[in-house]
Design a protein around this ligand. Structure first.
Ligand code: ATP
Length: 717
């Protein structure tokens, strides 16, 4: 056990020199010093055996008496969490040796570095234009649908520039900021073209357009938008194919005919391989939305298989690639899928809108280098206020919880998305917050808590994913804990806060995550939570023209002053200043203790916390080489990180060894282990990605190959 991670004192059979302290809430119990100032007990300070035990206070004696006799608090039924939250008791295996734990959150933390922020000029985009849709020569029913069903009348910049190009039948590569209306930028010309096709499209003709998107939720969302646009043109049938749905019913729908097919790549390849009736004889449009992500996810192979299948059936078609973040991957994909495309970028100071690729090449001295495009920075919405808070590892959990409470419980009309780096972390925090922060919900005699926690990640069943997504879409105030499965394309109105609890692995992902708020000109906020060792990330963002303002951890934690639950043994009428730092720390400790008590309430919850911690470390090891100087597993303090998972100690059986290899190995052995680990790491990464974005791609063959490779490495050892 690490010395600063908690002190275990046996109260029934105290070590010599210690008096029983059953009722002393040592976890956070403040002691009054001579000066009257509140002090905190801290495990690592001195030998516990030498500590002078304090006698129980009158209040604790009273509580002890009540606990023994089972008397209820006046007017209140007895409920465990109604006790002062500082009651950090536990029992050992025999159940008769309660322990008192001392948490020490505010000691032995690394210093929080000053954020030396140089203000940079962010890339700007103008979202709206004053031009209306009726000047585009669209079918009048399409224009009236836009007004009456979608409630829009004037075009956004990206729509103004893209729709005419696509109506001319050209290929296009479209880049504009998140929430700027790219779906309609391709949806409107697509529907306009298909409704006037001669001979008239019949359902049985099969797909005329294929829209590929990286996630299931985005597939559903795009399908709904296209469905709305098609309202007056009932003979054109849209349909969606995505992992997690029943393949049999998808096959039946394919047999009947789908004219605008929206699909995730994996599931489509699955159908190409196994569904006889699927064909692309009439394909006229191929649209790749979030194109860079489709490649990031290792879908390149699937996209190539899809392109081959389409090319084999019909050669001539219009191709469109869209994303808020152009990366190297997109330009590679553009090479294989686009034909003499027009490059449309809305950002001020970009190459200029409607630039042909050839022109762009000339301007770029040697090609449309997506890397150089990335270096220029991506546009983020003008009305997005971006923040960062630097928090020592031990305090991460309470800081996040305090932030959630502050925004969702004590402010009105907030809706929040919190991003984590793994499914296990989402699951763990979802249960933890539901049990500890929203616990009032289980106490009907208390006013209802406004905190509603939802979760979304790739390991959930599809029906659940869909219903969570729909519920969150409609709710006015709630918190969605999720992985990057929700980072792309999702249009979730009224989201006011984006929190990145685990920093993203790429600038593109940062931009997409924060882009879930401040959409289509509205206001939004984001908060990035960094450890002190990660503070350099702020400079990285600045180098990519992203400005973040610093929030102070203490000010985030001060929300706890508004919550009487964390008064602990100081209940009563005593008034505190909202900025009393000692009291803020005391309350943070009470909350941490509450988390730890929940986590350590049984073996299963401890196991879940360990699993979540392990998945955090694994994902931490997958930051790209370019960010390793900021995010390196070696800079993690396991004991402190464990605390942020409500664990009192760093788990002993955690595979920390794999993160910190022993130095004493000879070179050859090291090399073999490195290769083995690399393969495993990659496999794990692939598994994580596959589970996040799983869309039905059959991985069996590649799994067998990988197993063989691993086995050969193992035998070499
Ligand atoms: N011309 C318009 N006027 C008003 N609202 C619009 C207009 N066009 C689109 N919208 C709305 O803007 C929101 C965002 O649109 P959309 O999801 O297409 O953005 P996006 O650019 O694809 O974002 P992302 O890059 O995050 O995928 C949607 O709610 C959409 O209905």
């Amino acid at each position: 056990m690490e010395c600063d991670e908690g002190l275990f004192i046996n109260v029934r059979q105290p070590p010599s020199g210690l008096q029983p302290r059953t009722q002393q809430r040592t976890a956070s119990k403040p002691q009054h010093g001579k000066s009257g100032q509140i002090k905190f007990e801290c495990s690592q300070e001195g030998n516990p055996l030498k500590r002078k035990p304090a006698p129980p206070s009158p209040q604790t004696r009273r509580l002890q008496k009540k606990a023994k006799s089972g008397i209820k608090e006046a007017g209140l039924p007895k409920f465990p969490s109604q006790k002062p939250l500082t009651d950090a008791k536990d029992s050992d295996a025999s159940g008769n040796r309660p322990f008192v734990k001392t948490s020490c959150l505010f000691k032995n933390n690394p210093e929080i570095p000053d954020i030396q922020r140089t203000s940079v000029k962010q890339v700007q985009e103008k979202v709206f234009t004053s031009d209306s849709f009726d000047q585009l020569g669209l079918h009048p029913h399409l224009v009236s649908t836009l007004i009456s069903v979608l409630k829009i009348s004037s075009m956004t910049s990206v729509q103004k520039q893209t729709i005419p190009i696509l109506l001319q039948g050209k290929d296009a590569l479209v880049r504009s900021q998140t929430g700027s209306g790219k779906t309609l930028a391709y949806g409107i010309p697509l529907v306009q073209a298909l409704q006037r096709a001669e001979p008239k499209i019949k359902r049985g003709d099969g797909p005329y357009a294929l829209v590929l998107v990286p996630t299931r939720e985005l597939a559903l969302q795009s399908f709904e938008t296209v469905q709305k646009l098609l309202k007056p043109f009932t003979w054109i049938v849209p349909g969606v194919l995505m992992g997690g749905e029943k393949k049999k019913s998808e096959k039946a729908r394919l047999r009947k005919g789908i004219n605008i097919l929206i699909a995730t790549p994996g599931r489509l390849v699955d159908h190409i391989n196994s569904t006889k009736c699927i064909h692309f004889r009439h394909i006229q449009w191929l649209i790749l939305d979030e194109a860079d992500r489709i490649l990031d996810l290792g879908f390149e192979k699937a996209v190539t298989a899809i392109l081959n299948a389409i090319n084999a059936d019909s050669e001539k078609r219009q191709n469109v690639l869209l994303s808020a973040t152009l990366t190297e991957g997109v330009s590679r994909l553009a090479d294989i899928s686009l034909h003499d495309p027009v490059y449309i970028s809305i950002a001020e100071g970009s190459l200029g809108s409607n630039t042909s690729k050839a022109e762009a090449c000339a301007k770029e001295d040697g090609g449309v280098s997506a890397v150089s495009l990335e270096e220029r920075g991506f546009a983020v919405p003008e009305n997005l206020q971006q923040n960062v808070v630097v928090v020592p590892s031990k305090l991460r959990l309470v800081t996040l919880a305090a932030f959630i409470l502050g925004k969702l419980k004590f402010e009105k009309c907030n809706k929040m998305i919190v991003f984590f780096s793994s499914c296990e972390q989402v699951e763990f925090h979802h249960t933890l917050f539901h049990k500890v922060l929203a616990a009032d919900l289980e106490q009907p005699w208390l006013p209802p808590s406004p905190l509603t926690f939802a979760r979304l990640h790739g390991d959930m069943k599809q029906e659940e994913r869909t219903s969570v997504f729909q519920d969150f879409l409609q709710s006015k105030t709630s918190i969605l804990l999720c992985t990057d499965v929700a980072a792309r394309g999702l249009d979730l109105p009224q989201v006011t806060w984006i929190v990145q609890y685990n920093p993203p692995a790429s600038l593109a992902e940062y931009v997409h995550r924060v882009g879930r708020t401040a959409r289509i000109g509205s206001h939004g906020n984001s908060l990035l939570i960094l450890a002190p060792s990660e503070a350099e990330y702020v400079n990285f963002l600045a180098s990519c023209k992203i400005n973040v303002s610093e929030m102070k951890m203490e000010s985030v934690l001060s929300s706890l002053m508004k919550d009487d639950r964390f008064k602990g043994s100081q209940r009563g009428n005593k008034k505190f200043h909202s900025d009393d730092p000692q009291e803020v720390r005391r309350r943070a400790t009470i909350l941490q203790t509450e988390f730890e008590n929940y986590v350590h309430s049984n073996a299963e919850t401890v196991q879940r916390a360990k699993k979540a911690l392990q998945s955090f470390i694994r994902s931490y090891a997958t930051y790209p080489a370019s960010l390793k100087h900021i995010f390196h597993v070696k800079s993690l303090h396991l004991g402190h990180v464990a605390k942020s998972f409500g664990l009192r100690d760093a788990p002993k059986n955690l595979s920390a060894t794999s993160a910190f290899p022993k130095q004493a190995k000879n070179q050859k052995q090291k090399r073999r282990e490195f290769l083995l680990k690399k393969t495993r790491g990659k496999r794990r990464l692939a598994e994580i990605l596959q589970s996040e974005y799983s869309s039905g791609l059959d991985m069996v063959a590649s799994k067998v190959k990988r197993k063989k490779k691993l086995a050969s490495l193992e035998t070499e050892r």
